[in-house]
Write a protein that binds this ligand. Structure first.
Ligand SMILES: N[C@@H](CCC(=O)N[C@@H](CS)C(=O)NCC(=O)O)C(=O)O
Length: 80
C-alpha cells in the first residue's frame, strides 16, 4: 500500500492513525506543500489533494472513502 502524505495535514494524519491501529505496513510518500508540484499525485489519482491511498489496483483520493475502506477490508470485524 502507498500513502501520499503531507506533513501537518490533518486528513493524512487520520489515515496514518488508522493504518497504524490496523497494523498495516505501507510506503509513505511525502508530497510538496504546493499542489502544482504534485505531479505524481495527479498521475496516480487524477487530482491534487492528499491523502491519496493506493492499494493494489484501487486508488482513493479522500479520507472519507479511505477510512471506511480500510476498516471494511482490514478491520478486526472482518477476516483479512
Ligand atoms: N479530502 C479532503 C480534502 C483534503 C485536503 O484538503 N488536503 C489538503 C491538505 S490537508 C490538500 O491537499 N490541499 C492542497 C490544495 O488544496 O492545494 C476533501 O476532499 O474534503
Amino acid at each position: 500500500m502507498k500513502l501520499y502524505n503531507l506533513e501537518g495535514c490533518p486528513y493524512c494524519r487520520m489515515v496514518i492513525e488508522k493504518l497504524d491501529v490496523l497494523g498495516l505496513t505501507y510506503e509513505k510518500i511525502e508530497v510538496p506543500g504546493w499542489r502544482g508540484a504534485r505531479k505524481e499525485v495527479f498521475e496516480v489519482s487524477g487530482q491534487y489533494t492528499v491523502p491519496v491511498l493506493v492499494d493494489g489496483d484501487l486508488i482513493f483520493d479522500d479520507e472519507e472513502t479511505i477510512l471506511p475502506y480500510l476498516e471494511k477490508k482490514y478491520g478486526s470485524t472482518k477476516d483479512h
